[in-house]
Write a protein that binds this ligand. Structure first.
Ligand code: SPV
Ligand code: MG
Length: 431
């Protein structure tokens, strides 16, 4: 018998998969690779079943002789091990980021004389319905809320991008790139106070109230499945914070970040240019403790944000606060900095990590933006937030279009820099 290999990265078996397996079984003995959790997260959707459950779901199918774990989305490693005569894959991977996987398979097969077989991909109404159901299931508050904690178990660093409406939510949800011999996408979304305010043309001074912030959250949740980290500014009074934590937890937010400032809050990137007051350790610890006492699930996270470096109070102050906030119950520490280099953040991370090996550290490399995710992770950062880049990229593009139309008294000159009209209507799928 010839050896046949195919890889599945799905939580559910539908008619399309069965047809593919039947075609594979006609060629020989079928081994199915089940894609590992970290690669599922990078390449596809977040798995709703564990690796063991996914393997069992496939093991019981009559066409399948054996099941193995495929650790990486690129097939070369597993193909070199198994040396199948045939690799079988649906025909739907010739375009887009997936074409790099196809190329990897073809290159590998060419080395030892294997063959790629591509039966037509089945995408009928039933398969489409299942696809939507899976998406809807991931989007539900109960399913979404705990996913940040699960991500922390699966990936070395949770890559988080700023979103402030449905459209930016879609960008966070759907952008996939081919990179470093694999595919990659964002893990989570940050609803920034700065960008939520800016998109409404308002200053970032805790002016946008929780009802309006929830409107943004709902808009984002409606069209995405990824977990949400909410920038909650100072969190208000401890009493209000406790109530608000419960509301946000109920609607499916995964984590809130509260900063240890008090009074009239201004954006951190102003630093000491404007008057900003840091809360006392005691007050802020009480606020965290009140929030932790209010939440109802084990999943929800309250992350304490330390403004000592922003306000030039020094590393020792930041470390003292971090230790106290952990005692108060904080599920993670965000250390913020507006320095051009990452040195002070790295120094903090190394010293904090030495005492607290498991408390997640969050970093927001807006000003010290030369540091890479791998470098942050090497110093113990577990969540990286790209806090404002979608807003900052959209603004000059929109202003440029407005200027061009005003200058030329027509829209022709700017058109080639714009998304084609046919693409904008295709951007949003109809349910
Ligand atoms: C935000 O994105 O609103 C933040 C990060 O809080 S910063 O703007 O750097 O203060
Ligand atoms: Mg903010």
């Amino acid at each position: 018998m010839k050896k046949v290999y195919t890889c599945f990265c799905t939580d559910i078996i539908h008619e399309g998969h069965r047809k593919l397996l039947q075609a594979a079984a006609e060629l020989g003995t079928v081994t199915v690779g089940v894609l590992s959790d970290p690669e599922m997260v990078r390449y596809n959707r977040f798995p709703t079943k564990s690796l063991e459950e996914r393997m069992e779901m496939i093991r019981v199918l009559p066409e399948v002789a054996g099941v193995v774990v495929q650790e990486r989305i690129m097939y070369d490693e597993i193909l070199d091990q198994l040396r199948p005569d045939y690799v079988v894959h649906g025909s739907n991977w010739a375009q887009g980021p997936e074409s790099s996987i196809r190329k990897n398979v073809l290159d590998c097969l060419a080395r030892y004389g294997g063959e790629l077989v591509e039966p037509p991909y089945t995408y009928n109404a039933e398969v489409r319905k299942i696809d939507w159901q899976m998406r809807e299931q991931l989007a539900m508050p109960e399913a979404r809320r705990g996913r940040l904690r699960r991500l922390l178990d699966i990936v070395p660093i949770v890559k988080t991008i700023e979103v402030h409406n449905g459209l930016t939510g879609l960008i966070a949800e759907k952008t996939v790139v081919e990179n470093d011999g694999g595919l990659d996408q964002f893990d989570a979304m940050w609803i920034s106070s700065l960008c939520d305010s800016t998109s409404r043309g308002k200053p970032d001074i805790e002016l946008i109230d929780l009802s309006d912030r929830i409107q943004t959250i709902n808009e984002v949740m409606d069209v995405t499945t990824k977990p949400i980290i909410l920038d909650m500014d100072t969190g208000g009074t401890a009493e209000h914070f406790a109530y608000n934590v419960r509301t946000l937890e109920r609607i499916g937010v995964s984590a809130v970040i509260v900063e240890d400032k008090t009074g009239a809050k201004r954006n951190s990137l102003f630093g000491t240019e404007v008057a900003q007051t840091q809360d006392t350790i005691e007050n802020f610890s009480e606020k965290i403790a009140a929030g932790k006492a209010a939440q109802r699930t084990e999943e929800f996270m309250i992350i304490a944000r330390i403004e000592s470096l922003i306000l030039e109070k020094g590393l020792d102050d930041a470390l003292e606060r971090a230790a106290a906030y952990v005692v108060a119950g904080a599920d993670g520490i965000m250390i913020h900095s507006r320095a051009k280099t990452p040195d002070e953040v790295i120094a903090f991370c190394d010293m904090f990590r030495a005492k607290h090996p498991n408390v997640p550290i969050v970093a927001v490399p807006s000003s010290y933006n030369t540091i890479t995710e791998a470098e942050l992770a090497a110093h113990g950062v577990r969540i990286v937030i790209y806090a404002n880049q979608l807003t900052r990229s959209a603004f000059p593009a929109m202003e440029n279009a407005a200027r061009s139309i005003l200058t030329h008294h027509r829209a022709h000159e700017i058109d080639e820099q714009l998304l084609p009209i046919k693409d904008i209507i295709r951007l949003i799928e109809v349910m």
